[in-house]
Design a protein around this ligand. Structure first.
Ligand SMILES: Nc1ncnc2c1ncn2[C@@H]1O[C@H](COP(=O)(O)OP(=O)(O)OP(=O)(O)O)[C@@H](O)[C@H]1O
Ligand SMILES: [Mg+2]
Length: 300
């Protein structure tokens, strides 16, 4: 979106819109959206999560009850409400949400006759998210018009990939879609990276999948790996990001590491302080103390 943020000392200075997408279901898109957003908010970045999935899992996982979702992204896409009208503040300081609702599942059909139907989200974001450092869009498990709107409105796409057999299947289709969107609508769209999720170190298959994905995508794959951790799966039923539910668990540590690595990569810094390759769940300490800021803020 390349809008100027009012917080001149924030890095990056412009709003960065990141679509979290993978058409495969259950790979950790929503979990990554919620927890990466929380970890970024803990570094005093202002963050907006857009729940673009009719399932509404990001809204539920951030503790926003269905009854509190009168105005949703559905109304924004149809031009019935502005982004500001749909915006809800969450209990996490610095983290706001545009909720979704079940009516969003009908949006694709309803938008068929609309002008600029692929650019509806882009147009809604334009000029409306300058107060945020990051906008994270939680996409549905499909390469449908909603995901297309996310890719057209985003600066970059982050792809969570579950460490299981067939993990790479379908990713090439997603990458081709990204290329088509770049060509037709959004020449600046970048691949932010690939994040390996639900890694199980006791399972050889996880190691093998991780190695294959790194061989294929090279340094686009984040060093930080999100481990399979039961606390991560428990947190949404409490309406909390795992970082709030249990900051000390391995899942929380990993998402703090992911935020730190993302911030470092955006500044062109190596993944670790000395360029070393940290192990699963660790991105290495941040040179300028971001890690400390993240950890102390979240723990507070
Ligand atoms: N690191 C993890 N450890 C354990 N469970 C996890 C982890 N990440 C995600 N899960 C669980 O796996 C399930 C799928 O995760 P999530 O909802 O984030 O995936 P998704 O890609 O958004 O799914 P969908 O495609 O349906 O939107 C959820 O029950 C979630 O709690
Ligand atoms: Mg989801």
């Amino acid at each position: 979106m390349a809008q100027t943020s009012p917080s001149s000392d924030a890095v990056p200075a412009a709003t960065r819109v990141i679509a979290i997408a993978n058409q495969k279901g259950g790979v950790g898109k929503t979990t990554t959206a919620i927890n990466l957003a929380t970890a970024l908010a803990a570094t005093r970045r202002s963050v907006l999560v857009i729940d673009l999935d009719p399932q509404g899992n990001a809204s539920t996982g951030l503790g926003i009850d269905r009854t509190a979702r009168a105005v949703t992204i559905y109304h924004v896409l149809l031009g019935e409400a502005t982004l500001a009208e749909a915006m809800i503040t969450t209990e996490i300081p610095g983290l706001s949400l545009i909720p979704s609702g079940v009516d969003l599942s009908g949006a694709e059909l309803e938008l068929i006759d609309f002008d600029r139907r692929e650019q509806r989200l882009h147009d809604a974001l334009d000029g409306a998210v300058a107060a945020f450092d990051y906008v994270l869009i939680d996409c549905p498990p499909s390469l449908n018009l909603l995901t297309l709107n996310a890719l057209v409105g985003a600066d970059a796409v982050l792809v969570p990939l579950q460490c299981e057999f067939f993990a790479l299947e379908g990713v090439s289709h997603l990458i081709k879609t990204v290329e088509r969107v770049r060509h037709a609508f959004n020449p600046g769209l970048e691949l932010q990276g690939i994040v390996l999720t639900m890694f199980d170190r006791r399972n050889n298959l996880s190691e093998q999948v991780a190695a294959d994905v790194r061989a294929y995508f090279g340094d686009k794959v984040y060093n930080t790996v999100i481990p399979r951790n039961v606390r991560v799966s428990e947190a949404p039923s409490h309406g909390k990001p795992v970082l709030i539910y249990d900051v000390k668990c391995s899942g929380s540590e990993a998402y703090l590491g992911l935020a730190s690595e993302l911030l470092r990569r955006e500044r062109g810094l190596p993944p670790g302080p000395d360029g070393s390759e940290p192990g699963p769940g660790q991105a290495g300490a941040d040179e300028d103390g971001d890690d400390d800021a993240i950890e102390s803020d979240v723990r507070a």
